[in-house]
Design a protein around this ligand. Sequence first.
Ligand SMILES: NC(=O)c1ccc[n+]([C@@H]2O[C@H](COP(=O)([O-])OP(=O)(O)OC[C@H]3O[C@@H](n4cnc5c(N)ncnc54)[C@H](O)[C@@H]3O)[C@@H](O)[C@H]2O)c1
Length: 372
Amino acid sequence: MSPDPTRPLRVGVAGTGMIGAVHVRSARLAGAEVVAVAASSPASAAAAAERLAVPRACADAAELAADDSIDVVHVCTPNSLHAPLALAAMRAGKDVICEKPLGVDLAEAEELAAVAAETGRILAVPFAYRFYASVREARARIAAGAAGDLRLIGGGYLQDWLADPEADNWRVDAVAGGRSRAFADIGSHWCDLVEFVTGLRIVRLTALTGSVVPTRGPAGATRAATTEDIALIQFETDAGVLGSAQISQVSLGMKNRLTFRVDGSAAGFAFDQENPDELRMARADGAVAVLPRDPALMSAAAAPYSLVPPGHPQGYLEAFELFTRDAYAAVTTRTVPDGLPTVTDGLRSARLVEAVLASAASGAAVDLRERD
Ligand SMILES: NC(=O)c1ccc[n+]([C@@H]2O[C@H](COP(=O)([O-])OP(=O)(O)OC[C@H]3O[C@@H](n4cnc5c(N)ncnc54)[C@H](O)[C@@H]3O)[C@@H](O)[C@H]2O)c1
């Protein structure tokens, strides 16, 4: 069943922390009415409802997921609540935008994929970096053969917000966040983006993980950190292209330094999430050009992801807004727009997380073909 097309979509947001507030903003910009929020307690939901100017605070997230007046549930809670809430919402006939990772392990992601298929619900996953115009441009040019033969893929996703041992977060706890932290949290974005841009699949990987901050929390109240701060992966794709990535949440000075480089025989493409309005392109003679986010210079596939004239910076919030716009288009038309990350991509990501954990534990390469 699709929502009544004569009125705006009615959405509810469970989890009102950093990304929950981004979802509320994006939902409104994409034309929806945010009718309710839920948080970790009735009091924090009430405070969030006031802060975000949302009319209703639910007693808990289960109430929000079951609410018949809501068309789309946004799941923005700690990871361990993603699968239970998304399952409840889909079973109650709602479409869902569920934050990554889809669950704390592969089994949860598999169940979500099975229930989405069974119920026919849309489940979109905010791999929002796909929604930069520069990323779409790199994807379009690579698909058109501009890179020639792909030779090497590189880059990583580096942050520093967990560099300080006193820095703590629910993500550090394997029960709330899942056994993988750095890779599931941000390595998942890197792999999704690189597979999206190249159209290739990682089929074999080796991984090393490191926990360099063994205890976390304020002095006198520290707890053991059981999840990784760092993950390094080396991989081969289904086309035989090799690549590697560094993932870290303890690299001083790195904020959200998600970069990728795709080296081809005819051209190379390089993207930096901290400067997303530019796509660097190297020609076969080695000359380097910078393509600004300018619809006049971009392909038809990328131009719709430019919202303001070139020179006026566009960034993360606009990428999130564009993701949400496409997710709602899927909800209202029941057709998934090109490039919208769905439950299939969330499940794919969960498989990669599992492969990284397995390789890091055994020291051996993991072949993902056996698992797909
Ligand atoms: N797609 C992206 O780019 C992106 C970016 C950041 C975070 N995320 C994902 O979003 C999720 C939330 O991350 P965050 O950084 O916003 O975390 P956060 O700690 O800032 O917020 C988590 C929120 O969940 C709420 N919460 C806790 N228990 C709850 C419960 N039982 N019921 C309802 N709400 C509850 C908390 O009150 C808090 O508001 C994570 O899964 C994370 O991986 C995705």
